[in-house]
Ligand binder design. Structure first.
Ligand SMILES: Cc1ncc(COP(=O)(O)O)c(C=O)c1O
Length: 493
């Protein structure tokens, strides 16, 4: 029996945090920034807290605490493999760093070392920098593959161009690195079709699952060779990045990082690398508490069922896109035809005549809605989508003020869903958008741009120490008081 989503939806830490509003009073925040980092799943946090009573290092089985820690870490790796449908006989899982960025750097270095004679990597034009720059730096010559459609309504990766580039670089493409879903538009790439093309050219497929794994089912058997994602985006802040990769490829290479825990024996002359996973890929003490958190969060997702998660999200995404399309002053980026270009619950938009920074600030200050703005570490993709607007603009880029203006316009606002997102949250966003569109000049007048280019309200501020002061919180904790709010608890190693 699956776990009803309704039993979990409000079990996240930080959903009831209240912040002051520029119009007076306070409001419970509406967290629509899950693509950046999702909120902590309370049952996962409670699991990690319960584990702390046993806390010990792994790498030993001779005292009870160490056995508990080792077992809990193995359990977490098994959960990660199961979530993406990875057969443990074919795939291994390793935890690394604090997100997927470290994973992509490792994958790039490793795959380049495995086949140095293959010096070309194909990367899509819609990548987050973390699945682009590591390949540029470590893996050879990167060619970027465009998307279907035209800006600002790009669709998924253009399979025809991908096929042509694989062909024109025949024998040279080591691997293709592609995001499962865009962190800007939420557009999902057709991984199975991509894998078929990639494998027909004896290349490997590396998938960035950072924006896919919490929104939709993933099947490694679709032909994915390496898959990576960030624990902090799957309701387990403080947990590591995750790599799921082919055992036969990993075993053929000395692990990228060396140190304690990944060797069977070391002499002054030599060392013997362990053959067992995940140990050989995780030099040093792992992020044990983070691993437990992550395992618990992933297990919860599996108990709900990723198909159910996806369905519930789509039930809010489709009406949100329709609502936005009905507002003439809103421009949504990426193809909005969900049948043609499936998406996750991530939507990037701009409002006519309002800078993206001002929109994000005003949504926060007046409506308690937390969204992200600018280029979301996907500068090439965002700029391509903005080009038609910038071409239309009357800005004089010969003037310094024109360039500053241009930079200000080079961005978008992004709202992104998590398991806890409700239609009420979406309505709060829409209400904010309507107020902003109805009184664009009024809102522009309330803000000025600081020397750092960030819009600041002329009369309202909420100094960060008044919201949360770690020193004060620590003093309270030492004095034996309860923390002000569970949202302020932080986990880390
Ligand atoms: C698609 C995508 N890939 C990679 C990353 C990098 O993740 P992290 O910052 O956790 O390393 C992100 C983060 O936003 C992302 O959205």
């Amino acid at each position: 029996m699956s776990l009803p989503l309704s039993l979990i939806r409000d079990r996240f830490i930080g959903l009831d945090t209240e912040y002051p509003l520029a119009s007076g009073g306070v409001a419970r925040r509406r967290y629509l920034d899950s693509a950046a980092s999702s909120l902590m799943l309370r049952p996962a946090w409670e699991t990690a807290e319960a584990f702390l009573k046993h806390y010990a290092n792994t790498h030993s089985l001779l005292h009870h605490g160490a056995r508990v820690a080792t077992h809990a870490c193995i359990w977490a790796h098994e959960r990660a493999l199961a979530l993406v449908g990875a057969d443990p006989a074919t795939y291994a899982c390793a935890f690394a760093g604090s997100g997927s960025t470290g994973c992509f750097n490792r994958i790039a270095r490793s795959l380049a070392a495995l086949r140095p004679e293959r010096d070309v990597v194909l990367v899509s034009g819609m990548e987050h920098h973390s699945n682009d720059l590591p390949h540029r730096k470590h893996a050879g010559q990167v060619e970027h593959i465009p998307m279907t459609g035209v800006a600002p309504a790009f669709g998924a990766l253009d399979l025809k161009v991908l096929a042509a580039r694989l062909e024109s670089n025949r024998g040279r493409v080591n691997y293709v690195a592609i995001t499962g879903a865009s962190n800007v538009t939420g557009i999902i790439n057709p991984l199975k079709a991509i894998a078929e093309l990639v494998h027909a050219h004896d290349a490997w497929l590396v998938v960035d699952g950072s924006q896919l794994v919490m929104h939709a089912p993933v099947h490694m058997s679709d032909g994915i060779d390496f898959f990576a994602f960030s624990g902090h985006k799957v309701y387990a802040p403080g947990s590591p990045g995750v790599i799921v990769g082919r055992r036969d490829l990993l075993i053929g290479l000395e692990p990228d990082e060396v140190g304690g825990g990944m060797v069977d024996d070391v002499s002054l002359e030599d060392y013997i690398v362990s053959e067992s996973f995940p140990g050989r890929e995780e030099a040093g003490t792992p992020n044990i508490v983070g691993a437990v958190l992550l395992g618990a969060a992933l297990e919860t997702l599996m108990q709900i069922g990723m198909d159910k998660v996806h369905e519930a999200e789509q039930a809010m995404l489709a009406p949100l896109l329709r609502e936005l399309a009905s507002r003439p002053r809103v421009r949504v980026y990426g193809d909005t035809d969900l049948a043609r270009s499936p998406r996750t619950g991530t939507v990037a938009f701009n409002l006519e005549g309002l800078d993206h920074g001002l929109v994000a600030a005003a949504l926060n200050d007046y409506f308690g809605v937390a969204v992200r703005n600018a280029c979301f570490c996907a500068h090439p993709y965002v700029r391509e989508m903005l080009k038609p607007e910038l071409w239309d603009s009357t800005l004089d880029v010969e003037l310094e003020s024109g360039i500053a203006e241009l930079e200000m316009h080079q961005g978008m606002v992004r709202a992104s869903f998590g398991l806890y997102t409700t239609w009420d949250d979406v309505q709060a966003l829409l209400a904010g958008i309507d107020r902003l569109c109805a009184d664009a000049q009024g809102f522009r007048d309330r803000y000025e741009r600081g020397s750092d280019g960030v819009p600041r309200h002329r009369g309202f501020s909420a100094p960060v120490e008044t919201l949360f002061d770690p020193g004060r919180e620590l003093a309270r904790a030492i004095a034996g008081g309860r923390p002000e709010s569970p949202a302020r608890l932080k986990v880390g190693i």
